[in-house]
Design a protein around this ligand. Structure first.
Ligand code: GLA
Length: 645
């Protein structure tokens, strides 16, 4: 990208045209190099079917280009105009109880609707034809936060589309019956026509049906994206495409989408009232970067200060917006953008902060924003550099969809939370992680962590076994490798696909009561929570045993030397100890222009970090690039420093 891009959503339609000259002047003052424009402009550019009014929008692009500002141009399809749903009310989505979601907000479309897709593609074709060669065009921003408000639709249009999807997946109704274990509770289907989405039922729905519906719904959203992408590729084959994902958004699998994106984009809204907000961000940033195979990604949206959609919306205290922006860069982002440029006087987001607040530019927010824009402009050499973690955590959205259903041994297992708990000790120890799906090549990693991957194919089990045999270190936690792709239990003792490499068998689950914890004794003492299980050793050694409860004296944490590697197993939720000063984050990015160490202090007091060797400070607090190498850094609270390492 040639620089760390800086900017935000630009929605000029909220203002008279004469405001634009001031916008452009202020953007330059704030160091803005990129905006994403037109995200919700559909009703204005197409006021009636096939009647276009793009003149005003063209002038916006011309003015931005005149100021040297690049545009990630939105395809404008996230909020269908009133004429569309007036003519075609069947476009509106329905929930599992059959209740319609009406217009008057946004994303009020059924992802399976052929009418919606056809109208969206027409608009996108028009856009690409008009602006495909515009010099301001940097990339396409398709849709907006797919599945944020319409992740799953249960209407009749979706039902028909689901049946088509199932026919393609299974070929015959017999195969579907086998995959869904429909002999249970008399659910056997005679024809595909009898199959419905898992609408609200008297009690537990069929788990495989729910899992397939989650897959189908993700796929329906992806097909909306792909329909637009195809139209864009036809007309602008060389312009990169992306879409902005929400962090750890259960309905949308970032890994299956990533292969269709030229650059990953994430929206992340840190919550100043949450003292651990940076840990959630750290995980989401690692997922986003890893989805793209490690290439630089875009923080497409964050708030300059407060949001307006939490129960209580704290502004960002001084320094935190800068710190959290640098956190994205430290974890591999080459763009830091905000929602949005100028605060609007009306509409549902009038109390959401903006780069130019209601009070204007003589404000803390504008000063902090512009200072950051200028600061990020001073380090173009960071662009393109990549982190190279040696630890991978495995994450799998399909397993997530299968895990969190009723009818399981415990309702306390929350995949996102479990992943956070496994990611956190590495963050605190300054050990960088990728977070990758199970089918990725793992050979470059020294340690692979598998947190509660309930669904696991025998092939994945074989690959993990091979990884350890070849010298890798593997850490697997409880309730992993239990079911196959159709959520049918692997028989013969849990976790069947991993029993050989782990050297054990789990005979029975013993989830803990709410809030209960158990002491762990042995070489790694501590405590376990959420879960316990009856483990029989088959070659592994017990590193810790349960110190109380029904399983007292039985293995809790185990270690198995296997081939040239080692496989660890945790039969309970447990904790590991940190390394760096509390609250300090350390990451490395490397590329053609060198290797860069980022130190960020998320804590509330100054932290002193001793460096492994002296290195020059390039940017950030106390940095004086001319002063030569330093051997330690005093990082003020919320401080950031970038060193050449
Ligand atoms: C999302 C949307 C934006 C805006 C912001 C507000 O990220 O993509 O349009 O609504 O939230 O935080």
């Amino acid at each position: 990208m040639g620089r760390i891009h800086f900017g935000g959503d630009y929605n000029p339609e909220h203002w008279p045209e004469e405001v634009r000259a001031e916008d452009i002047r202020l953007m330059k003052e704030a160091g803005v190099s990129m905006v994403t424009a037109g995200i919700f402009s559909w009703a204005l550019v197409e006021p009636a079917p096939d009647e276009y009014d793009f003149d005003w929008f063209g002038r916006v692009l011309d003015d931005l280009h005149g100021a040297g500002i690049r545009v990630c141009l939105a395809t404008m399809t996230a909020s269908p105009p009133p004429w569309l749903t007036e003519r075609h009310p069947e476009v509106l989505p329905q929930d599992a109880d059959g209740v319609r979601r009406w217009p008057g907000s946004r994303q009020h479309f059924c992802p399976s609707s052929p009418v919606y897709r056809e109208r969206a593609v027409r608009l996108v074709t028009e856009l690409a034809t008009r602006y495909g060669t515009h010099p301001a065009l940097d990339s396409w921003h398709i849709g907006n936060e797919y599945g944020c408000s319409n992740p799953r639709c249960y209407c009749d249009v979706s039902a028909a589309d689901f049946r088509r999807w199932l026919r393609e997946r299974y070929g015959s109704v017999e195969a579907l019956n086998a995959a869904w274990a429909t002999t249970f509770w008399s659910q056997r289907y005679g024809t595909f026509e009898q199959v419905l989405p898992p609408r609200t039922a008297p009690t537990h729905p069929n788990p495989a049906q729910v899992l397939d519906y989650a897959r189908f719904c993700d796929d329906a959203l992806l097909r909306c994206y792909l329909a637009e992408k195809e139209a864009l590729r036809r007309i602008t084959p060389d312009v990169p495409v992306t879409t902005n994902h929400m962090p750890m958004h259960k309905p949308v699998d970032p890994y299956s989408w990533a292969v269709h994106e030229d650059v990953q984009a994430l929206d992340f809204y840190q919550d100043p009232y949450d003292p651990e907000t940076h840990l959630g961000a750290a995980l989401a940033f690692d997922v986003t970067r890893s989805a793209g195979g490690g290439r630089p990604w875009m923080l497409m949206e964050q708030a300059p200060s407060a949001v307006n959609w939490r129960a209580r919306n704290s502004p960002k205290p001084p320094g935190t917006m800068r710190l959290w922006s640098w956190q994205a860069v430290a974890q591999g982002a080459d763009a830091v953008l905000y929602f949005q440029w100028r605060a609007t006087p009306g509409g549902a987001e009038k109390f959401h902060s903006a780069m130019v607040p209601h009070a204007g530019t003589d404000t803390r927010i504008f000063r902090e924003v512009s200072a950051l824009g200028r600061e990020l402009g001073t380090v173009p050499q960071l662009a393109g550099a990549r982190p190279r973690p040696e630890v991978a955590l495995l994450a799998d959205w399909h397993s997530w969809w299968a895990l969190e259903q009723g009818s399981h041994p415990s309702g306390d297992l929350d995949f996102a939370e479990t992943l956070r708990r496994h990611h956190r000790p590495f963050f605190e120890a300054g050990v960088e992680c990728d977070v990758v799906p199970p089918d990725r090549d793992l050979s470059a990693y020294r340690l692979v962590v598998v947190p509660n991957l309930y669904l696991m194919s025998t092939e994945t089990g074989a690959r993990l076994t091979e990884f350890v045999r070849a010298g890798g270190h593997l850490l697997v936690s409880y309730f992993t490798g239990i079911s196959d792709d159709c959520d049918r239990v692997h028989l013969g003792g849990y976790p069947a696909p991993l029993r050989e490499v782990l050297g054990l068998r789990v005979e029975e689950f013993w989830p803990l009561a709410e809030g209960q914890s158990l002491p762990l004794t042995g070489a790694l003492a501590g405590s376990g929570d959420l879960w316990s299980e009856a483990i029989d050793l088959e070659g592994a050694e017990a590193v810790s045993v349960f110190g109380a409860g029904e399983l007292a004296g039985r293995p809790a944490l185990t270690r198995h030397a296997y081939g040239d590697g080692v496989a660890w197993y945790a039969g309970t939720g447990s904790r590991v100890l940190p390394g760096l000063p509390a609250g300090v984050q350390a990451t490395v990015r490397g590329g053609a222009d060198g290797r860069f160490l980022f130190l960020l202090n998320h804590g509330t007091s100054t932290a002193t970090v001793t460096l492994p060797e002296p290195m020059p400070a390039l940017a950030g607090d106390g940095a004086d690039p001319g002063a030569g190498p330093v051997s330690s850094v005093d990082l003020p609270a919320r401080g950031v420093v970038v060193l050449q390492s």
